[in-house]
Write a protein that binds this ligand. Structure first.
Ligand code: DC
Length: 427
């Protein structure tokens, strides 16, 4: 088992040859033995994280790798088992690593994007203290670890330095992309309207991932392929072309085409709605559509809604909302929206929704879940307009924060701030 050299040979690989080969082998063995749904890796070992993520992709492992933020002492020193080797004085000196990184971050936030300026800042900070010996400071792509001459999207500034005889590492992720807003929740919670209007208010691209799963379901039903024939469905889906085009106004429906055919209305039929959970539970369908959704998010600037956006598609989204309402309320809303109930009663609709919720949240792959860092918003008793208005105001106020703060801070600052604002919603 041999990860690509661009991942293992740079950064710490220069002074620790073969180390990452060993890490990759051990992690692969462990994941193969345990088959966990999720495995958590800290961001402090950014090189290890990138290697493990590549490993999971290369070997098609089912485990989701969850990156965890760097935990720090109040001084900024990143927590590490190695800190036990530092004297109290050395611990104080070691805070220069974080200081160097935050100085570089401040430069970045002021618009400086080039390698030389960012790394010079680190060198200047770290060479001020003769007790610190810099091993390396580098600016790399956080996924490929290849050196960057400037940050177009995101960059990882990584450093290693000796404090006495103890070698410490630390890093910071600098993200120049526009934000990603993830809105998940069960059927009928009002996600589409809310996400669409928030996207318009923030100048983000609106991505209705449910429409993509519906389009694939329509295609499967049209083709006559049995729902159990996962191989044929995988083939069909991998060759299908989906086109999503926003309506002319915020109330016009999103235009959906598949393989050139207009299916905007057809994907909302009762037949498609009844089968969409079965199709969207299939591994190949999720893999193909998940990749397409991530491609939309590559440059950021996306407001996406669905069931697994915050948990799987964009686990790094700047802001995650879990929009929900009681089942009775959701059924009432959906029933009121029906232009032509065609004999469908409120009770039947409630049963349909409950059944879809059950399937979507109990499937093996990417089930409907509230991400651990999502803000839950219960919308019972509120009109969609009220939710949109309050959520949009809160997010618009945060838009600046969203795009300018580093991810590490976003995780902490945004949810607390947004929770405070959203508290108003629940009064
Ligand atoms: O949001 P919607 O009702 O249009 O979604 C239709 C179905 O698509 C939903 O019941 C499950 C599936 N879906 C999914 O599995 N993952 C998503 N991210 C979005 C939708």
């Amino acid at each position: 088992m041999s990860p690509p050299p661009h991942l293992t040979e740079g950064l710490c690989g220069r002074s620790r040859p073969d180390h990452f080969q060993g890490v990759a082998t051990i992690v692969l063995k462990l994941l193969n033995l345990v088959h966990p749904n999720r495995a958590y890796f800290g961001r402090k070992d950014a090189q290890q994280l990138a290697i493990v993520q590549q490993l999971v992709a290369d070997f098609n492992l089912d485990t989701v790798i969850v990156p965890c933020p760097i935990l720090r002492e109040p001084s900024g020193l990143a927590l590490s088992s190695r800190n036990q080797y530092l004297s109290p004085e050395q611990k104080q000196q070691a805070t220069a690593l974080f200081k160097g990184l935050t100085n570089a971050q401040t430069l970045f936030q002021s618009g400086i994007r080039d390698r030389d300026s960012l790394l010079k800042e680190i060198h200047t900070t770290l060479t001020q203290d003769p007790n610190i010996q810099l091993d390396y400071a580098d600016l790399v792509d956080p996924h490929t670890l290849e050196p960057l001459t400037q940050i177009d999207r995101e960059g990882l500034v990584a450093i290693a330095a000796y404090v006495g005889t103890t070698r410490l590492i630390d890093n910071i992720l600098l993200d120049g992309r526009k934000p990603i807003l993830a809105i998940d929740g069960p059927a009928g919670a009002g996600k589409s309207t809310v996400t669409r209007r928030c996207a318009a208010a923030l100048g983000l691209l609106y991505l209705d991932t449910g429409a993509m799963y519906r389009a694939m379901t329509w295609l499967v039903l049209q083709s006559g392929i049995a729902l159990e024939d996962e191989v044929a469905i995988a083939d069909l889906v991998s060759q299908a072309q989906i086109e999503l085009k926003p309506g002319d106004t915020l109330t016009d429906p999103l235009q959906v085409k598949v393989n050139g055919q207009e299916i905007t209305q057809a994907i909302r039929s009762r037949e498609v709605t009844a089968q969409v959970s079965a199709v969207s539970a299939q591994n190949a369908v999720r893999a193909v559509l998940g990749k397409q959704q991530q491609a939309y998010g590559q440059k950021g600037g996306v407001a996406a809604e669905g069931r697994d956006i915050g948990t799987h598609v964009f686990p790094e989204a700047g802001l995650k909302i879990f929009l929900t309402a009681t089942p009775a309320e959701r059924a009432r809303r959906r029933f009121a929206e029906l232009a032509d109930p065609s004999g469908l009663t409120l009770e039947q609709l409630a049963q349909d929704i409950a059944e879809r919720d059950r399937k979507d949240s109990q499937r093996a792959i990417a089930p409907l879940r509230k991400a651990s860092d999502a803000i839950e918003v219960l919308t019972d008793g509120l009109s969609v307009d009220e939710v949109v208005e309050k959520l949009c105001i809160s997010i618009t106020n945060d838009a600046q924060t969203l795009s300018s703060r580093c991810r590490m801070q976003r995780r902490i600052v945004l949810p607390i701030h947004a929770k405070r604002t959203l508290g108003v919603l629940n009064r």
